[in-house]
Design a protein around this ligand. Structure first.
Ligand code: PLP
Length: 373
């Protein structure tokens, strides 16, 4: 039998989560963010699953981080517009942007100069990135006005200009900084008469006032809840990835016996330990503390001992029927329907769902389930 670790990708759940984003922002178009290989889920199958929605429900465009990601989508048969969220990394990429019919963000003066010096056969849709407080990419709101006017004066090279900005704190309960960024962008958009694209997943889920012409959800499409406090909307999200394995060995320990590297976990009572085929060599986070949740035969259990490269160990003392071959879900949905959210696992690893999902390594086969898989 093959090694039992697999990442099941539920394309119906992906479509459900995308529909939820649209439902929450009915006046906006919803760009589907599928960068970083669709947050580890496989960009081509995810894009194609979303493209297979009925015409009035499918994403009007996808978003990726770079040209290489867009090329893979085009090679995979994705036909919808694709936005390069960071634009080009060198002027020479403009020819490929044009050939692949891409839309591009501009966040720096050199990109604007390169774009305006380039003469495309037909104008390129451009998203002008403004730094409203993230202090990462984009023009200051003051500089953005002038750049907007330069772009708007060149309809031969540039079309469909949108204003975009990224929130630093849309997930936080304290909305002070978020409101500051929102006010800044609204003022700019009003002054320029420009369409706005601001909302990432937390803003799509929790801040309708930030839904402009476009929303830009990423992680929520994959079923992760990005908010500090769950809401009715986030409770409707469905996990897309289930990281599923099995017990490959069992150990019965006396009280006081230790498990794994450095003997971090020590049996407080006579204990049964299950060895599971999944480790940091698969992308499972080595920072997982003792007690990090897993589902064994659909029942909650906890990690006991440090994660190894190819294996991890789970205390199954109280799990009736745990045996070699028993299903272990590291996150996602167990065969009995019970869900372990990737967010809960992330909290035990002092990280966020984004790193766990994008961190699942190529060694783990992806298995696509659902309509059109
Ligand atoms: C510019 C930009 N927009 C949108 C997103 C999507 O964010 P989220 O996954 O939180 O929805 C990201 C993600 O990092 C981003 O960098």
């Amino acid at each position: 039998m093959a090694r039992p670790l697999v990442a099941d990708i539920d394309l119906d759940a992906l479509r459900h989560n995308y529909r939820l984003a649209r439902e929450l922002a009915p006046q906006s178009q919803a760009l589907a963010v599928i960068k970083a290989d669709a947050y580890g889920h496989g960009a081509v199958p995810c894009a194609r699953a979303l493209e297979s929605l009925p015409a009035d429900q499918r994403p009007p465009a996808f978003a990726v981080a770079c040209l290489e990601e867009a090329e893979l989508l085009r090679q995979g048969g994705v036909v919808a517009p694709i936005v390069l969220l960071e634009g080009i990394f060198e002027a020479a990429e403009l020819a490929r942007v044009e050939a692949l019919d891409l839309w591009m963000a501009v966040h720096s003066e050199w990109q604007v100069n390169a774009l305006l010096a380039y003469r495309p056969a037909k104008p390129i849709p451009v998203w002008l990135k403004v730094d409203s407080g993230m202090h990462r990419l984009g023009f200051t709101p003051e500089a953005a006005t002038e750049v907007w006017e330069r772009l708007a004066r060149r309809p031969d090279s540039v079309t469909a200009i949108q204003l975009m900005s990224h929130f630093a704190t849309a997930d936080a309960v304290d909305a002070g900084y978020f409101r500051q960024q929102l006010a800044c962008m609204r003022e700019l958009a009003q002054r320029l008469g420009a369409p706005l694209c601001l909302a990432n997943s937390p803003a799509t889920l929790a801040w309708p006032e930030s839904h402009g012409a476009w929303v830009r959800p990423g992680v929520m499409l994959y079923g992760s809840d990005p908010l500090e406090v769950a809401s009715d909307a986030t409770r409707r999200l469905k996990p897309v990835m289930t990281l599923r394995s099995q017990i490959i060995a069992l150990r019965d320990l006396e009280a006081g016996e230790a498990v794994g590297y450095a003997g971090r976990w020590c049996a407080p009572r006579p204990s049964r330990i299950a060895v599971v085929a999944c480790g940091y060599g698969d992308g499972y986070d080595r920072h997982a503390v003792d007690g990090t949740p897993v589902l064994v035969a659909g029942q909650p259990a906890g990690i006991a001992g440090k994660v190894s490269m190819d294996m991890l160990t789970v205390d199954v003392t109280d799990i009736a029927g745990a045996d070699i071959g028993t299903e272990v879900v590291l996150w996602g949905r167990a065969a009995n329907g019970r869900v372990l959210s990737v967010d809960a696992v992330a909290r035990h690893c002092d990280t966020i769902s984004y790193t766990l999902l994008t961190g699942v390594l190529p060694r783990v086969p992806r298995r696509y389930l659902g309509l059109g898989a």
